[in-house]
Design a protein around this ligand. Structure first.
Ligand SMILES: CC(C)(COP(=O)(O)OP(=O)(O)OC[C@H]1O[C@@H](n2cnc3c(N)ncnc32)[C@H](O)[C@@H]1OP(=O)(O)O)[C@@H](O)C(=O)NCCC(=O)NCCS
Length: 233
């Protein structure tokens, strides 16, 4: 079994380390670019050094666990910078999570404790799902999305690439949250949220444009899409 290395050593990374241990998977440690953490242990797990050390670990698998409500695009930036092929990324599922046989999870995705995926849920790559989140039939969650603790999605909801759903937020069945948009904690989404916006409240309404790091990713995605079009793919 390959050893797992967690990129980042902050809150979400430490939570993922505990999930890895609970799942009985071999954990080598964290890599973090903060030199103050190098050589120390966080929650009993060693910080092995900076992210440049990925090249010294050819047999390890990785999971990128960075991001915060203020900069939820950071996971996408780190994945882009590392440039690792997809097969180098692990998928971490806490043993108390319930993942139906008809659901699929992408590489680099983490499901924390008591997450439930009821039926035919599709979760993309590098998605962070915090404890007690419930995804119901036919939901789709795009790459790099973050679902904070206690999020509930009605059936056939679509969560765009890189979107951030705050703790305890609710999304009505058949509704979508656009790419790199953010929904505030405790909010109730009843209508489609466009890309690149922050919505809050019950029912959720537009608060403002998304923060610059998220908007930069939205633009970068558009550029990639354009490039794909030019190449005829
Ligand atoms: C949505 C969010 C990003 C907005 O942050 P912000 O831009 O700093 O907003 P502010 O705190 O300045 O609030 C701006 C206004 O929106 C309101 N507001 C902010 N968040 C809200 C929420 N979740 N629900 C309802 N209203 C909210 C504020 O009351 C304020 O209203 P006012 O102008 O009438 O006083 C933030 O409040 C949030 O919910 N983040 C997610 C946190 C989370 O889920 N954490 C868990 C994982 S660690």
């Amino acid at each position: 079994m390959t050893e797992l290395v967690i990129i980042g050593a902050g809150g979400f990374a430490r939570e993922t380390a505990q999930a890895v241990r609970a799942a009985g998977l071999p954990l080598a440690g964290h890599l973090d670019d903060d030199p103050a953490l190098h050589g120390v242990e966080v929650d009993g797990v060693p910080v092995l050094g900076g992210t440049e050390r990925i090249h010294e670990l050819p047999d390890a698998s990785f999971v990128v666990c960075v991001g915060s409500p203020r900069d939820y695009a950071s996971r996408a930036r780190v994945v882009r910078r590392l440039g690792l092929p997809e097969h180098r990324y692990a998928t971490v599922v806490h043993p108390t999570a319930v993942v139906s046989a008809s659901s699929v999870l992408g590489p680099g995705t983490v499901l924390l404790a008591h997450t439930v995926l009821t039926a035919a849920v599709r979760v993309g790559r590098h998605v962070a799902v915090m404890p007690h989140t419930v995804l119901t039939h036919d939901d789709e969650v795009g790459d790099f999305a973050t679902l904070a603790s206690g999020v509930r999605l009605g059936g056939a909801a679509r969560i765009g690439r890189g979107a951030y759903l705050g703790a305890g937020s609710l999304v009505r069945e058949g509704t979508s949250v656009g790419a790199w948009s953010q929904v505030g904690m405790g909010s109730t989404v009843l209508a489609d949220v466009p890309a690149g916006e922050v919505w809050v409240g019950a029912p959720a309404r537009r608060l403002r444009a998304a923060a610059p790091p998220a908007l930069e990713q939205l633009t970068a995605d558009d550029d990639t899409t354009l490039a794909r079009g030019v190449n005829g793919r």
